[in-house]
Design a protein around this ligand. Structure first.
Ligand code: GLN
Length: 447
């Protein structure tokens, strides 16, 4: 079973924050009966799945890898969890992540780092590092992650697995602890495109409990409909090839483009002039929303409260000072600043305008191309500890992933090859809104 593998690997990898071994075995028996009785008929009945620890499961600790939620046990659960259960899937545990999903390495977790299964001296990427490491190490067959600015796609690439960031609004955010609500989406992580497509089918769908949930259903994926990519047009923003990209990543990416051409696709470079705005626009918008979303953790409603304080305001202050980690505090400060009167127009409003321009350029590109191709990150997984010393480089590493969230687009990250250090290199196929099927079909042919 998957717990066998967990016992073998988990000491070194630390993908999980919590494990439900006993529950899982009980549930497996139940599901077995359910399958026999014809209650569970889908392809994922009985499949064990790991869940990122910012997704609520009723009665189970949900910490977001933060001290401020270290003892928070929700009395409700995410819509996606209901859907996993209805599909007969078996929850095996909660996975490690960057605190409140803020980060790219899983190192900002308050509960220790996760190691990359390909080389344990390196990070698994982030923020869904635990989910991707678990799948890569065989400690889970599939996992759920969340993606606000690349947090499914980048760690999938670093761990050599596949991940999908769905079109905004297709998967319910009910029960997902919010980081930046206008950008957050839950999505699947798996060993290949087919697994991710099946899992996406389970979790996607309209949910009245999420006001941004869309009524439009994703069409069922038709994986077998094509064995080549004839007639498909793929565009590559030439700005993405700029310096700063590691040689190993460039080689694998160019080789992937060639392979796509051999499969019959037309691949063409084009200019994406707004590329230089995506990082600043993303970090302003994400931090602004985070500062507002994280207001609720005040020592009253949830989890942790400072032990000693004098009066209400001192309680707030001490609880938040002790409960939040450094990266989260940085972002709350930055977000409060860009939203404050006098700076709102200069930063937040400007970022929204930049976002509109970026969206326009993507819309135009999709008039010409079925799919836009991009690396997942300019580098492979850094060594543990490296990124903490140089946060700016870490932020800049999100260059290929954040525009997708700003524009509500779907994207799949899939393995492309390895660099000279033997670390996985991934790349992305980005589609227009509701273009999941095109992405899934193209990725499946590529595999
Ligand atoms: N690395 C990005 C950030 O730190 C993306 C994180 C995410 O998608 N949750 O904001």
């Amino acid at each position: 079973s998957v717990f066998h593998q967990i016992r073998k690997k988990e000491k070194k990898i630390h993908a999980y924050l919590d494990l439900y071994e006993e529950d899982a075995y009980k549930r497996a028996e139940q599901v077995q009966k359910g399958i026999e009785q014809g209650i569970y008929t889908g392809p994922l009945a009985g499949v064990p799945i790991a869940v990122k620890d910012n997704i609520c499961i009723r009665g189970k600790k949900t910490t977001c890898a933060s001290g401020i939620l270290e003892n928070f046990i929700p009395t409700y659960q995410a819509e996606v969890i209901d859907r996993l259960e209805q599909a007969g899937m078996i929850l095996i545990g909660k996975t490690n992540m960057d605190e409140f999903a803020m980060g790219s390495t899983t190192e900002t977790s308050a509960f220790g780092v996760t190691a990359n299964p390909w080389n344990t001296e390196h990070v698994p990427g982030g923020s869904s590092g635990g989910s991707c490491a678990a799948v890569a190490a065989g400690e889970a067959y599939m996992a759920l992650g969340s993606d606000t600015g690349g947090s499914i796609r980048q760690p999938s690439a670093f761990c050599g697995v596949t991940g999908i960031k769905p079109t905004y609004g297709t998967v319910s955010r009910y029960g997902l602890v919010a980081y930046a609500s206008s950008l957050d989406q839950i999505g699947p992580v798996g060993k290949n495109t087919e697994d991710c497509a099946a899992l996406l089918q389970v979790i996607a769908g309209y949910d009245p409990k999420d006001s941004t949930s869309l009524r439009r259903e994703l069409p069922k994926p038709g994986l077998t409909s094509g064995k080549d990519l004839k007639g498909m047009r793929f565009g590559v923003p030439e700005e993405y090839m700029a310096e700063g990209m590691e040689e190993g990543v460039r080689k694998v990416f160019l080789a992937s483009l060639k392979l796509l051409e051999e499969l019959g696709a037309e691949v063409e470079f084009f200019s994406m002039k707004t590329t230089e705005y995506v990082i600043p626009a993303y970090y302003i918008i994400a931090c602004a929303e985070a500062s507002s979303n994280l207001e609720r953790f005040d020592g009253v409603k949830y989890g942790f409260r400072a032990a000693e304080y004098q009066g209400l305001h001192d309680m707030y202050r001490k609880t938040r000072t002790q409960g939040f980690g450094k990266e989260v505090k940085n972002r709350i400060m930055l977000g409060s600043f860009v939203l404050s009167s006098g700076y709102y127009d200069a930063y937040y409003l400007k970022a929204l305008k930049a976002k509109a321009l970026i969206k326009k350029e993507f819309d135009q590109a999709f008039e010409k191309y079925d799919v836009i191709l991009a690396p997942a990150a300019p580098h492979t997984a850094p060594k543990l500890g490296e990124s903490l010393k140089d946060p700016l480089t870490m932020y800049l590493g999100d260059i290929y992933t954040v525009a997708v969230n700003l524009c509500a687009l779907p994207a799949i990250s899939l393995p492309g090859g390895f660099d000279r250090k033997g670390l996985p290199v991934g790349f992305q196929m980005i589609g227009p809104c509701f273009g999941e099927n095109t992405l899934i079909r193209s990725a499946a042919v590529f595999e």
